[in-house]
Design a protein around this ligand. Structure first.
Ligand SMILES: NC(=O)C1=CN([C@@H]2O[C@H](COP(=O)(O)OP(=O)(O)OC[C@H]3O[C@@H](n4cnc5c(N)ncnc54)[C@H](O)[C@@H]3O)[C@@H](O)[C@H]2O)C=CC1
Ligand SMILES: O=C1O[C@H](CO)[C@@H](O)[C@@H]1O
Length: 339
């Protein structure tokens, strides 16, 4: 395997509205102990060739990204139009996505984002500033503004996002995140004018969710995979096959985890607080169809879901499992396994 490998940062995916999205994005959930380090992560990544940044109002990292962008623009390292930047509206801001967006734009120091996502298809009881982000009763259960399992108020958020796209220049595209098939079936017939271009979901070889992937792709919705190595601790990288393939192709295991998506025409968001790692996760090994299938089979045989937020990030609940309260918002229920 001595041939020159392609760079994952130069692959673009076609969106249904005619625009494109760079397949590899940098995730920007900040490390608990040093949120400001996101600034250097962004600077390192852009200098390394990344052109897609994924953030959210909820992450609290947008002001650090804004500082990084200002520096990069001032130094002429990159132009705004060469970047693809995504932000999201959190469920506690469901009633006013434009206000959430305005806050994000101000912190990012931008006039527009390339993609504005609805973070989750639920409504949490936040005030006019989206606070508290995770409203809870005394018993620790979340306070919703609508039944998280069967309510339809979350669709109002998307209608407001359609209006923002229609009437302002603040967003280039809109999309969704953490939508299950159940939610999509309820939601898609209610879309007024702009179909979501992306559904951002947890996806990796231990969590194939092929039914959801097929459902989205057959409707022209591009899948963007988050937590490609399973989040903190990178548990997905313990899969022996990933390490065997990394050795075979002489790349890092992270690059195998990314190639699993990019070679399947999906976007992927990677993150690391380790600046040298950010530089070593951009090659695109040419895995064969059989190897991609073998990676997929790992999760078919033993599915695991990691985004259950028991680890820091200021919160410790699993709102889609029904653990704390008996609701089902329809996210990945069939394969759910707490890790
Ligand atoms: N829409 C949504 O609800 C969600 C979106 N996201 C987005 O996706 C991005 C990526 O998801 P994450 O879960 O952050 O990503 P991830 O699966 O890439 O995990 C990142 C974590 O793994 C560690 N890591 C990476 N490679 C490692 C290695 N070789 N050895 C040891 N540790 C390693 C990193 O230091 C970091 O703590 C986020 O930053 C965010 O932008 C993430 C979660 C939910
Ligand atoms: O985007 C997100 O990040 C947090 C932590 O993983 C998660 O709850 C949310 O969907």
């Amino acid at each position: 395997m001595t041939e020159q490998l392609d760079s994952a940062t130069s692959v673009k995916l076609q969106l249904s509205n005619g625009k494109t999205i760079p397949a590899l994005g940098l995730g920007t959930i900040p490390p608990d102990d040093n949120p400001g380090s996101v600034k250097d992560q962004v600077i390192t990544a852009i200098k390394e060739g990344y052109r897609h940044l994924d953030t959210a109002w909820y992450y609290g990292s947008e002001k650090y990204i804004g500082e990084a962008l200002k520096e990069l623009f001032d130094e002429g390292v990159v132009k705004r139009e060469d970047l693809f930047i995504t932000t999201k509206v959190w469920p506690s801001f469901w009633h006013n996505p434009e206000k959430s967006l305005n806050t994000s734009l101000k912190d990012l120091g931008l006039d527009y984002v390339d993609l504005f996502l609805q973070h989750w298809p639920i409504t949490l009881h936040g005030d006019e500033n989206g606070q508290p982000a995770t409203p809870k009763k005394d018993d620790g259960s979340l306070i919703y503004d609508d039944d998280p399992a069967n309510g339809t108020k979350y669709i109002e958020t998307y209608h407001k996002m359609e209006d923002i796209l229609d009437k302002t220049d603040k967003v280039k595209s809109i999309g969704i995140s953490n939508y299950s098939i159940k939610k999509l079936e309820q939601f898609l017939p209610e879309v007024r004018k702009y179909k979501p271009v992306v559904n951002q979901i947890e996806l990796h070889p231990q969590l194939p969710q092929q039914d959801l992937v097929d459902y989205c792709e057959s409707r022209g919705i591009v899948i963007v995979a988050y937590s490609p190595v399973g989040g903190p601790g990178a548990p997905v990288l313990e899969i022996p096959l990933i390490n065997e393939l990394a050795k075979k192709y002489m790349v890092t295991p992270n690059e195998i985890a990314e190639a699993y998506h990019i070679l399947n025409n999906r976007g992927v968001l990677s993150r690391s607080a380790n600046l040298s790692r950010i530089k070593t996760i951009t090659r695109l090994p040419k895995l064969s169809k059989e190897e991609l299938k073998a990676l997929y089979q790992v999760g078919v045989d033993n599915p695991k879901r990691y985004n259950c937020v028991p680890y820091g990030f200021g919160i410790g609940f699993r709102w889609w499992t029904g653990d704390l309260y008996s609701t089902d918002i329809g996210v990945m229920k069939p394969h759910f396994e707490t890790v």
